[in-house]
Design a protein around this ligand. Structure first.
Ligand code: LLP
Length: 419
């Protein structure tokens, strides 16, 4: 459920009519709803209410906007970060170091040092090589890094191949077959307190079964590690819960997910970490755009050319992803359209042969479910500026990321005087 709804025939974000934001901030623009973020955070936490010891660490990559992170920090969330930049954002948003988990397959030496300097709560180590480097750096500083070993359970998450992370051929984690040996080696090093294991098998999961299979494999591993004398006190179950992008999609609810987690992990006697991203932020945001013009198609439907493009919302071009497109002031008429952006690539297509609200030049429209992996994946391709972001809270709103103009970007490109 979200707080983007028609009131008197006009699409609102909470109590703000979207035409007002288009008028005052311009388009394209991402619009987030605070009430929706808070609701999703609460529903997710409620789903896990029977887990006694836990940390919910928002996957910052899904939406790193500082105001969004602040909303979630207020809800008691920590952060799952995958770069030094995300780590600094989490801290800037007020998340305390002990609630920050550092994931990622390619943490640089500088990033490991940053995590140690800030004394973050947990490193999820993805290779023996990374573990050795972290141990050495921590020991040099007289520190002990808190860490889990990320396992690759070789489970097919049944999602888009580009966002699947738990199959043997994926780059993430340590293969289960090597996990016992790797754990024993890294646990013996000064500088690391290797206190558990972590897993994340993919994103936009529409089925709990692959997750349950992965958690089952972890259970066996935990028992083996304990039998070998290791104290396993922490387990990180990653993120991945899907969201509905269109009518008829029914991914598992947080309550169903929580019930499965409780059933599978009930006797583990560990502190659990969760790293949800999309399920918190996805439906809490829309990309508001304006139709530039409508152009007759060659032998197909007309092209509705909007002022948002693949540089602003990359998911359709990258993954063939579906985002619902709705008129902000629907006339009640429908059309079949190819909805495209202005960028000079055929890939800059949001929807093909889409049955949608009738749209004409100058109309406003939204792409829904754009609060996760939207603005965060924007680029300035075709020398377009960076899209701004707005956070709505009831009957007020604030610009929480300014439009970075093409001029501003150009001003950071010095041309050497020897040219
Ligand atoms: N934890 C780790 C270690 C991850 O790699 C990810 C996402 C998450 C948590 C959060 O997963 P979520 O709950 O959001 O599914 N750009 C793609 C999604 C990439 C996800 C990468 N990892 C998209 O637009 O679909």
């Amino acid at each position: 459920m979200d707080h983007f709804a028609l009131k008197d025939g006009v699409l609102h974000a909470e109590d703000i009519p979207l035409p007002r934001i288009a008028e005052e901030v311009g388009t394209p623009v991402y619009v987030y709803s605070r009430a929706t973020l808070e609701r999703h955070a609460k529903v997710f936490a409620d789903g896990l209410s029977s887990v006694p010891r836990k940390l919910i660490a928002f996957a910052v990559k899904a939406n790193p906007n500082l105001a969004v992170l602040k909303v979630l920090q207020n809800q008691g969330f920590g952060a799952d970060v995958v770069s030094g930049g995300e780590l600094m954002r989490a801290l800037a948003a007020g998340m305390t170091p002990d609630t920050i988990v550092f994931s990622g397959v390619g943490k640089t030496r500088e990033e490991l040092i940053l995590g140690l300097d800030r004394q973050i709560g947990q490193f999820n180590i993805e290779s023996r090589e990374e573990g050795r480097e972290l141990a050495e750096l921590a020991a040099q500083r007289g520190q002990q890094a808190q860490a889990c070993l990320r396992i690759n359970p070789d489970v097919d998450a049944k999602t888009h191949e580009k966002i699947s992370t738990g199959k043997a051929e994926n780059k993430f984690g340590i293969p289960l077959v090597h996990a016992r040996e790797a754990f024993a080696e890294l646990a013996s090093l000064d500088g690391i307190n290797l206190r558990g294991v972590a897993v994340h098998i993919g994103s936009q999961l529409g089925d709990l079964e692959p997750l349950e299979t992965a958690f089952g494999k972890l259970a066996t591993l935990i028992a083996d590690l304990r039998a070998a004398g290791h104290a396993i006190t922490h387990v990180d179950l990653g993120g991945g819960l899907g969201v509905p992008y269109k009518v008829g999609e029914n991914p598992p609810s947080p309550a169903e997910y929580g019930a499965m987690v409780a059933r599978v992990t009930g006797d583990w006697d560990v502190h659990l970490t969760f790293e949800p991203g999309r399920v918190i932020a996805g439906n809490a945001g829309v990309l508001l755009t304006k139709v530039i013009r409508v152009k007759r198609g060659g032998n197909g439907p007309p092209f509705v050319i909007v002022d948002a493009a693949m540089n602003d919302l990359a998911r359709p071009a990258l993954y063939g992803a579906w985002h619902d497109c709705d008129a902000v002031v629907p006339s009640g008429e429908r059309m079949t359209a190819n909805i495209v952006g202005p960028i000079c690539e055929t890939g800059d297509t949001f929807a093909r042969d889409r049955d949608c609200d009738a749209l004409q030049s100058g109309d406003l429209a939204v792409f829904r479910t754009a609060g996760a992996y939207g603005a965060t994946m924007a680029s300035s391709y075709n020398s377009r500026g960076f899209v701004p972001e707005v956070l709505v809270d009831g009957d007020r709103y604030a610009v929480v990321a300014e439009r970075l103009s093409a001029d501003a970007i150009m001003s950071a490109e010095p041309v050497p005087d020897w040219l």
